[in-house]
Design a protein around this ligand. Structure first.
Ligand SMILES: Cc1cc2nc3c(=O)[nH]c(=O)nc-3n(C[C@H](O)[C@H](O)[C@H](O)COP(=O)(O)O)c2cc1C
Length: 370
């Protein structure tokens, strides 16, 4: 019923309403209560990645909680990590509305939000608040791992993008468990040009150097687009390896429009959800091969079920995230997905998530046909 009501509203208004309700609930003992009510994560789902302990591999993808105001409620919903942002250094409103569209026939969304962000100072304030108050409210469970996803302001020229990322990094990295460098939103003009080697070398080199200055350096992840050629992706990996980043987030939304049925299909923006699953998985698979499985990949794109998540893991993802799946699957999705994922791991004889990571590649190698 709630879904029916929300789906009658414009997609962004529904998101704002849901966020306000979640925020209000987050200020009460409700998340802690739910946390105590639901069973703890199945131990088979626990995983170590970049030196961090994740109670389960499922995270909330960037874009849902751009302000770091929903961490408690999202943890209560069952996410083992929450990636907040994208955060820009200065506040900016994003593109004119409407800018977010549901494509129900395709189980997809198109958005052209364009980094609406309250800016790094407001997000830093919320993250400090979470550290001081929010974590204690649900101290009965492992607090979620917090990723902070950073970007550039639209008004900043592309040649000066590094300055923006650096400012956001300095303000937010000390408050994050890991940091994602987002160069892959299709809604900030020119942003994806940062996939090009020279620009990326400069950006990653600068951020990695700044990271080394921190008392506790953070793990840096690079969030990539699903629309790059294999050659471009190989260059991106070379650049990432040279800078010593921790891993990749694959992928952001796509500009491709293949066989969509919804009336909203021609809207401009990034497409997410089911039509992205195969494309994102192909990128995860390529990254896994290009890195020899040595760098962790956070697999995101079109996950709406345990099978989808498992497919990304077997293709090479150490962790997974979703956004669009939550819009169509609702707040119980994380719990059902985790429960079924544990079943799939056991069915195939895996004792840990880590054993399953990239297993599709190993099976191929061991096959007599290979
Ligand atoms: C409305 C909306 C806003 C998004 N905003 C961001 C963002 O600010 N930063 C980012 O890195 N990705 C953003 N994304 C992309 C998601 O994090 C994710 O990469 C993409 O949607 C694919 O996952 P999904 O199919 O599970 O939604 C956004 C996605 C949606 C649908």
């Amino acid at each position: 019923m709630i879904k029916l009501l929300l789906f009658r509203l414009d997609a962004e208004r529904a998101h704002k309403l849901t966020s306000a309700l979640l925020r209000a609930a987050g200020a009460t003992p409700i998340p802690g209560f739910i946390g105590r009510l639901v069973p703890p994560d199945d131990p088979i789902l626990a995983t170590e990645c970049v030196g961090l302990h994740f109670a389960n591999p499922l995270g909330l993808a960037a874009g849902f909680d751009k302000r770091a105001a929903l961490i408690g409620p999202m943890a209560a919903m069952g996410f083992g990590h929450v990636e907040v942002g994208t955060v820009t250094p200065r506040p900016q409103p994003g593109n004119p509305q409407p800018r977010m569209f549901r494509l129900p026939e395709d189980a997809a969304l198109i958005n052209r939000l364009g980094f609406n962000s309250p800016g790094m100072l407001a997000v830093a304030h919320n993250l400090r608040d979470w550290r001081r108050n929010g974590r204690n409210r649900r101290a009965q469970r492992t607090p979620p791992i917090i990723g902070v996803n950073i970007g550039k302001n639209r008004a900043t020229a592309l040649e000066r993008a590094t300055e923006d990322y650096l400012a956001a990094f300095i303000a937010l990295a000390p408050l994050a468990d890991y940091v994602t460098i987002n160069i892959s939103s299709p809604n900030t003009p020119g942003l994806r040009k940062l996939h090009e080697r020279a620009a990326l070398d400069e950006l990653l080199g600068t951020l990695a150097a700044s990271n080394r200055q921190l008392a506790q350096p953070r793990s840096l992840f690079l969030k990539v687009s699903p629309d790059e050629t294999p050659e471009q992706l190989a260059e991106v990996v070379q650049s990432g390896l040279a800078a010593g980043i921790a891993g990749f987030v694959a992928t952001n939304t796509t500009l491709h429009r293949n066989d969509l049925r919804s009336a909203r299909a021609p809207e401009i923006g990034g497409l997410s959800g089911q039509p992205l699953t195969a494309r994102a998985r192909a990128v995860i698979s390529q990254l896994y091969t290009l890195t020899g499985g040595q760098l962790p990949i956070i697999g995101v794109g079109g996950i709406a079920s345990a099978n989808d998540a498992y497919g990304h893991i077997c293709a090479g993802a150490s962790l997974v995230q979703l956004y669009t799946g939550l819009i169509y699957g609702g707040p119980t999705l994380p719990y059902t997905l985790k429960h079924e994922l544990a079943g799939l791991l056991r069915r195939d004889g895996f004792r840990t998530i880590r054993e399953a990571v990239g297993s599709a590649h190993h099976t191929l190698l061991e096959s007599p046909l290979a």
